[in-house]
Ligand binder design. Structure first.
Ligand SMILES: Nc1ncnc2c1ncn2[C@@H]1O[C@H](COP(=O)(O)OP(=O)(O)O)[C@@H](O)[C@H]1O
Ligand SMILES: [Mg+2]
Length: 302
């Protein structure tokens, strides 16, 4: 089995008498985008600060590219690029000067600058001051900076924060490309459900410092599969569903069935062959959100 890019085991952080992160374990593989989804205050930033060595775990261990961060800190950190909270950029310097500055600090060859700038699609703006950049461009330059040491693991804290929809999409596409084409393991935290659903391969849901669920986006969604059905004659449709042994609940708009969209065609056929019009048959949207609300007992994410 290949070594995981990042493994956190029983990670716990106690500050004062509060357990901020509580027995959190997860693994990150090369080539995937992993999402850490939770509302504000869930413990996402605290977890990330432990992962990148800014604070020490109270209990538990972290291995990055197989290196335990307590025993082989430098080697572990050499595998990581990160942005915690906001990218550290000097606004009065150009993008290139910022990258040169960090390349010097990290002992990276200047030739790398062109490579990382191209990776994040910022080569054409590199000689302009960072102060003239949009937030999305600053975020991309921050990612370029994090990529300077050729990390295997990229860790970003709320990369979509404050971005407009176009900026969010650019970052999403960039992270997918870095994972798929560069084989990077990407870890992002977010309180935005839609962002995680669209960007990530796997998700852990964190709430009050604990992981409530973990799985692929599809697993989390399909554990809550619901087919919505809207028809012209609900009473007769109910009889047909009951005849076929299909469980259902009725709401104001029609039926909710514990089925996948791929189960819909025979049901639609049964309705139409009984002259019942079908207006709508589709997977219910926002199921990850519903699952999240159910898991957290009612708290919502954006
Ligand atoms: N240094 C600290 N001292 C005391 N409480 C803290 C500290 N850092 C974070 N917290 C608390 O821990 C909880 C989780 O914070 P954080 O990890 O920043 O959450 P998130 O990033 O998910 O919004 C919050 O209630 C926060 O107030
Ligand atoms: Mg945070």
């Amino acid at each position: 089995m290949p070594t995981s890019a990042l493994a956190a085991t029983n990670l716990t952080k106690v500050i004062g008498d509060r357990t901020i992160v509580d027995d959190v374990s997860f693994e990150l593989r090369a080539g995937e985008v992993f999402g850490f989804l939770g509302p504000n205050g869930a413990g996402k930033t605290t977890t990330i600060r432990m992962l990148v060595g800014l604070i020490r775990p109270t209990r538990g261990s972290i291995a990055i590219c197989g290196f335990d961060i307590r025993r082989e800190f430098e080697k572990a950190m050499a595998c990581v690029g990160c942005i915690v909270e906001n990218p550290d950029l000097y606004r009065f310097m150009t993008g290139r000067e910022n990258l040169e500055h960090f390349a010097r600090m990290t002992g990276t060859a200047n030739g790398e600058i062109t490579r990382v700038a191209e990776l994040v699609n910022m080569a054409h703006r590199l000689d302009q001051r960072v102060g003239t950049y949009s937030l999305g461009m600053r975020q991309r330059l921050g990612i370029a900076q994090a990529m300077l040491g050729r990390p295997r693991v990229l860790i970003l804290d709320e990369p979509a924060n404050g971005l407009d929809p176009a900026g969010i999409r650019e970052i999403r596409e960039l992270l997918r490309t870095l994972a798929e084409e560069q084989g990077l393991a990407v870890f992002i935290s977010s309180h935005l459900l839609a962002e995680v659903e669209l960007t990530c391969d796997r998700v852990a849901i964190i709430h009050k410092g604990r992981i409530l669920r973990e799985g692929t986006v599809n697993e989390l969604i399909s554990s809550q599969r619901t087919l919505e059905l809207r028809v012209g004659d609900p009473d007769r449709a109910a009889a047909i569903l009951a005849d076929r042994g299909i469980e259902f609940t009725r709401d104001d708009h029609g039926f909710l069935l514990p089925l996948d969209e791929s189960d819909a065609p025979p049901i639609i056929a049964a309705m139409t062959s009984n002259n019942i019009e079908v207006f709508h048959a589709a997977r219910r949207a926002h199921t990850l959100e519903e699952m999240f609300i159910e898991a957290t007992g009612g708290e919502t994410v954006g």
